[in-house]
Design a protein around this ligand. Structure first.
Ligand SMILES: C[S@@+](CC[C@H](N)C(=O)[O-])C[C@H]1O[C@@H](n2cnc3c(N)ncnc32)[C@H](O)[C@@H]1O
Length: 334
């Protein structure tokens, strides 16, 4: 039987922490992160400390809301800190926990903002999307990164793929809620195994994002089905195989000179650095791209753990900066 712990919830309905997952993470992450794991653990297990950033939708720009956010103590993320930051992408966050209400989906109405973990913007920014480019979002549901990509530029073609049919419906709804019809005309949505897209569309894309299926540390800690949780932990060691297969497909789908970004929302070294090291060791035409600019310029709002890689960064939740976990690696095909 599984022991359940009550998370510190700040008076809200307490979420239950899954003991079996926590014990497993304790073992693995205290080894991999050392002392830092204690703080990360405190935040991941205390939903009252979680933070939510507000990404404004440039296609239904909420001027009044922007003023309200300033009044509530939010500030604009990345403003002035990143030289190549796209002006059209506006994301606000606060140093203390706060959550704006989610907007309801209404057919025919575009939503004004998307709530997200601010660290999710790193893979999007690392892709450096430019107007007119062909881009593939290989594992796209529920669509947060696709929406964020479209805040940065107007691609010539965006292929959003998702293997799970339920999540595919969620992805379609996200795109319908945030993206106006003329831009939706350049978006193709597919329900394929991402491992097959490389063979089907070789050397097609300027940019490919692999936001891979992973251990998803935050949500696994709150698994409500104990048997499922135990099964996930058992099968966890197979995830790097799937992640590598998705990356191989992405590399095939990428044109020479194109950029590939890999991301996960786990702290697991096996699913992060080790997967990227394996790619770099097995492809002579894939080279690492330096991401240290992000770690250098964004430490006011994010805490980064060392990865031992110039091409890989790891955002870890910290007090007042509860963003992540998020691993991002950037590669280029020669
Ligand atoms: C981390 S989530 C993606 C989140 C999304 N990029 C976003 O920002 O909203 C990973 C997704 O990969 C999907 N997935 C799992 N196996 C896949 C496969 N073989 N091919 C394509 N997608 C897959 C999962 O169903 C899940 O929706």
């Amino acid at each position: 039987m599984l022991t359940r712990l009550k998370a510190k919830s700040g008076g809200k309905l307490a979420k239950q922490i899954c003991r079996i997952v926590l014990d497993h993470f304790d073992k693995e992450y205290s080894r991999e992160l050392g002392e830092s794991w204690n703080t990360v653990r405190d935040i991941l297990t205390s939903p009252s400390l979680w933070q939510y950033a507000v990404l404004l939708n440039r296609f239904n720009y909420p001027c009044e809301l922007e003023k309200d956010l300033y009044l509530k103590g939010y500030h604009r993320l990345f403003q002035g800190s990143l030289p190549d930051y796209p002006k059209s992408m506006k994301c606000y966050l606060k140093r203390t926990p706060d959550q704006m209400p989610s907007e309801r989906h209404q057919v025919g109405n575009l939503k004004k903002y998307y709530l997200l973990n601010a660290a999710s913007l790193f893979p999007v920014l690392a892709l450096e999307l430019r107007d007119g480019e062909k881009v593939l979002d290989l594992c796209a549901a529920p669509g947060g990164k696709s929406v964020a990509l479209l805040q940065c530029a107007w691609p010539g073609y965006l292929h959003c793929n998702e293997y799970d049919s339920l999540r595919l419906r969620w992805l379609r709804q996200t795109l319908e809620s945030f993206i106006p019809q003329p831009l939706r005309n350049v978006i193709k949505v597919s329900e394929l195994d991402g491992r097959e897209i490389g063979d089907a569309q070789p050397e097609t894309f300027d940019k490919v994002l692999v936001d891979a299926p992973c251990s998803n540390d935050r949500s696994w800690l709150f698994s409500s089905d104990s048997q499922k949780a135990a099964c996930r932990i058992h099968q966890r060691r197979n995830l790097p195989v799937l992640q590598l297969e998705l990356l191989r497909s992405a590399i095939k789908a990428l044109r020479p000179g194109g950029l590939l970004v890999y991301s996960t929302c786990t702290l697991s070294k096996a699913e992060n650095q080790d997967v990227i090291t394996e790619v770099l060791n097995s492809y002579s035409n894939i080279v690492p791209m330096d991401l240290r600019g992000f770690t250098k310029h964004c430490s006011q709002d994010f805490t980064f753990a060392p990865t031992g890689q110039e091409c890989g960064l790891l955002v870890i939740p910290d007090k007042g900066k509860a963003w992540g976990p998020m691993y991002v690696a950037k590669l280029k095909k020669l």
